[in-house]
Design a protein around this ligand. Structure first.
Ligand SMILES: [Ca+2]
Ligand SMILES: [Ca+2]
Length: 70
């Protein structure tokens, strides 16, 4: 079975996710995302939401986050 995400990469993404998820509820909201990336242009966020929010609940789960990150 092919491994889509390596253990090392998964570990890094988990840490990154935890750093952005400041209230620790297991989801990254747009506000948390914006707070973590203050330099991100506003127009980038709708595109990110479209691409990354697979289930359309308006926030990123770890699974969605992992898929989103290059
Ligand atoms: Ca959160
Ligand atoms: Ca979602």
């Amino acid at each position: 079975m092919a491994e889509e995400v390596s253990e090392a990469r998964l570990g890094r993404l988990r840490e990154e996710f935890a750093a952005i998820d400041t209230d620790g509820d297991g989801y990254i909201t747009e506000a948390e995302f914006r707070a973590h990336f203050p330099g991100l242009p506003a127009e980038a966020l709708p595109a990110l939401s479209l691409d990354g929010d697979a289930d359309g609940d308006g926030r990123y789960s770890l699974e969605e986050f992992i898929r989103l990150m290059p």
